[in-house]
Design a protein around this ligand. Structure first.
Ligand code: 3H9
Length: 707
């Protein structure tokens, strides 16, 4: 055996334990170790059955993803795993797989090769490969339909979502739930089945259905995947592979799966999604804040402002079990805020997300108030009032007066300086930005803005809190708009410029939507409210350099009261169901305005639209990276994927630029610079990396920003 796999003979039952922390991934050495243990079991007459179990916190979370990330050619280990799975299945002595934690990906495939599976109640079972742009590559698409049936196998392989123990038992994925200690239960089970004939999963056919039953399952899955997983390769291939299981003998089905798996593995989409997987985890690591930094216990919270953001934030806290005070200035505003919260919870119950009882418990954790009186108990206060510096400073002055020493004073500002807000208090070390995204109870992103005085404890607590709240926390530095909104400015600026230069409104949104953005930039403006940006632009107008071209259409639309969806009109017009349609009046107005401004009109291709918008993001991202506002390029990617609808299969804007090649991106930006002037000045870091033939990802490593 080796260090990764341990073997013991427990009174006639061979126990094989995988010890590859943290998640027992099938790294090199693990399959080999299991194989050697099986050899011993087969040779030893005193052993009547085997139990395969994971040491530590889980069974097996899959193949070792680190091995996949950089693969461009060669034979992936998935292919190497197949013979081991056959060896397990062909073992003359029954192999019982004992599962706790997760049996995911290759772990699930390993489990399905056993003759029996037993699990504790909290275990999870899944084929999440699709989330990495892959399909199962070790016969998962062939064995799962044989155990769970075709429809469920398609669902699990295409959605990547796991099932719990109870469902796994119902589906036939497992044979027994173990109530007490897993190993003891598995050993008892092994003694029951030892010596009896055991079935091989690959020989089972009873759940494979027939062509007539299966056809609608596959066609509806294909149609849903094309709609819901737009632009992704893996879901369709997963369906094809399960389809093959119903039509081909097992061995042929495995070969077919292998071919599709390899196509996915060497695709750019998979590399991008694997980048996203590791980047999300890396974002949690802050180089100068060690893991053992003291955390401030957050047992109670308060939110100032019961508007859309404040109400949403209160719900997020309440959902995580944290009691929260919700403060407004007058009863009417408080009532409005509470009514929205109540209706949001009622909708969730209606949609079956949770029960009425859960909704009531959550609602009970939110205590409305008109005063700061009870704030002295709060461990964390989040301010979510109107976006204006004067008002924010007034609130923080008051918080400084009423809150206990050590309480975290956070602002949900999306653009304003955290340092200036902190200056209104006598304790800037306790002040930090927690920038939630709308709707706060839905969006996963939380930008955590570190002020120049924010203490390490406060930063570490907020990073940890993001996990408790089910968010992806990304630490950013203090500057106007931080990372997300600072980059969003140039992106939306270019979307407007191309319209001013002759592109159609729908053409702009379509181009970015075809690229994979969840929504086009103009439609996004209408959704968020055009007035938000308008107010911010007015606040900062005095800082603009004179003579720099500014987009004007949105300001004019706002002057006409067209704020977007909420007023029934913005770039588009909306019916009472908020369905958008093009408004010829807007197109006419724009043509009139651009004529008055003497902006030459021309045909603009979809490629130019996407380059203009996306490279504007990238150029600003490069400045942000160079200034250290983001710790690493991948943090910017995570912000854009989770907060701005950037397609994960493109890896985020900085990763996308790396895949295009920074030299090509730099050349195109230089071309825009020549055509459109100062506003397109290439970021110095982009120029430098392009000249050195390097990537943004490499810059991150060279700067030592990773932990
Ligand atoms: C596959 O199996 C293909 C096969 O079909 C065919 C070929 C055999 N590999 O998420 P956490 C690391 S594809 C390597 O923070 P949690 C992770 O990076 C795979 N490393 O913990 C992190 O490292 P660090 C299919 C992995 O408790 C640490 O473990 N499987 C892997 O919140 C802790 O992770 C999947 O897609 C891995 N497979 O969640 C499952 N998994 O501490 C992917 C984790 O240095 N994994 N790490 O930052 C997950 O979904 C979650 O990690 C899991 C634990 C639910 C398991």
């Amino acid at each position: 055996m080796n260090d990764l796999v341990e073997f013991k003979n427990e009174n006639g039952i061979g126990v094989i334990t995988i010890n590859n922390p943290p998640v027992n991934a099938l790294s090199p050495g693990v399959p080999e170790g299991i194989s050697e243990a099986l050899d011993q079991i087969s040779k030893d007459d005193s052993v009547k059955a085997a139990v395969l179990i994971g040491g530590g916190r889980t069974f097996v979370a899959g193949a070792d993803i680190k091995e996949f990330g950089n693969m461009t050619s060669g034979k992936p280990r998935g292919a190497g795993l197949l013979p081991l799975l056959l060896k397990i299945e062909d073992s003359a002595k029954p192999v019982i797989i004992a599962i706790h934690g997760t049996a995911f990906g290759g772990g699930m495939e390993l489990a399905m090769a056993g003759h029996y599976r037993v699990a504790i109640a909290t275990a999870q079972f899944g084929q999440p490969e699709v989330k990495l742009g892959l399909i199962p590559g070790a016969a998962g698409t062939q064995r799962l339909p044989r155990l769970a049936g075709v429809a469920k196998a398609v669902d699990m392989c295409v959605s990547g979502n796991p099932v719990n123990t109870e469902e796994a038992l119902k589906l036939g994925i497992i044979d027994r739930i173990i109530d007490g200690e897993l190993l003891a239960g598995a050993l008892a089970f092994a003694r029951e089945v030892a010596g009896k004939p055991a079935r091989k999963t690959r020989e089972r056919k009873e759940k494979l259905g027939n062509a007539e039953e299966n056809a609608p399952i596959f066609s509806s899955a294909r149609e849903t995947a094309a709609r819901k997983q737009r632009g992704l390769l893996a879901p369709a291939k997963a369906i094809d592979a399960v389809d093959a299981a119903t039509k081909m003998p097992f061995e042929e089905g495995c070969k077919f799966e292998q071919k599709l798996f390899i196509e996915c593995l060497f695709s750019q989409q998979s590399k991008s999604l694997i980048h996203v997987f590791f980047s999300e985890r890396e974002a949690a690591k802050i180089p100068d804040i060690p893991k053992q930094t003291n955390l401030i216990p957050v047992r109670s919270a308060a939110v100032v402002g019961a508007g859309t953001m404040g109400g949403g934030i209160a719900m997020v806290l309440a959902n995580a079990g944290i009691p929260v005070l919700l403060k407004e200035v007058d009863q009417a505003a408080l009532n409005r805020g509470l009514a929205t919260i109540q209706s949001n919870y009622a909708n969730s119950v209606k949609r079956g997300r949770f029960s009425q009882q859960v909704a009531e418990e959550r609602l009970k954790r939110i205590t409305p108030t008109l005063s700061y009186d009870d704030f002295s108990n709060a461990d964390l206060v989040i301010e979510a009032v109107f976006e204006g510096m004067t008002l924010k400073k007034e609130v923080f002055k008051e918080l400084d007066r009423v809150c206990k020493p050590g309480a975290i004073l956070a602002s949900n500002t999306s653009t304003l300086s955290i340092d200036e807000i902190a200056s209104a208090t006598s304790r800037p070390e306790s002040v930090i930005g927690t920038h939630f995204f709308s709707p706060a109870n839905v969006m996963r992103l939380l930008e955590i803005v570190r002020g120049k005085s924010s203490s390490k404890e406060v930063v570490a607590t907020c990073m940890q809190l993001s996990k408790t709240l089910g968010k992806v926390g990304v630490l950013v530095g203090n500057c106007r708009g931080f990372v997300g909104n600072r980059m969003f400015g140039p992106y939306r600026r270019e979307a407007q410029f191309v319209v001013e230069e002759g592109a159609g409104i729908e053409a702009v949104d379509q181009a970015l939507s075809d690229f994979g953005m969840a929504m086009g930039p103009l439609a996004t403006g209408d959704l968020a409210g055009l007035d938000v940006g308008w107010r911010i632009r007015k606040e900062y107008r005095h800082l603009e350099a004179p003579g720099i071209r500014q987009p004007f259409v949105e300001d004019r639309l706002c002057e006409l009261g067209r704020y977007g969806q909420k007023t029934g009109a913005g770039w588009y017009k909306y019916d009472d169901q908020r369905r958008a349609s093009l408004d010829p009046a807007v197109s006419e107005l724009i043509r009139k305005w651009v004529d008055e401004a003497s902006i030459a009109q021309r045909q603009i291709s979809a490629a130019e639209i996407t380059d203009r918008c996306l490279y504007a993001l990238v150029n600003e991202g490069a400045r942000i990276l160079e200034e250290g506002i983001a710790l690493r390029a991948s943090d910017i990617d995570i912000i854009y994927i989770n907060g701005y609808g950037f397609p994960a299969h493109r890896g985020g804007p900085m990763w996308y630029a790396d895949t295009v090649g920074l030299k090509q991106v730099y050349d195109r930006i230089s071309e825009f610079h020549r055509q459109h002037g100062e506003i397109w000045q290439p970021a110095p870091l982009l120029k430098q990396l392009a000249e050195q033939g390097k990537t943004f990802a490499e810059f991150r490593r060279e700067q030592g920003a990773t932990a």
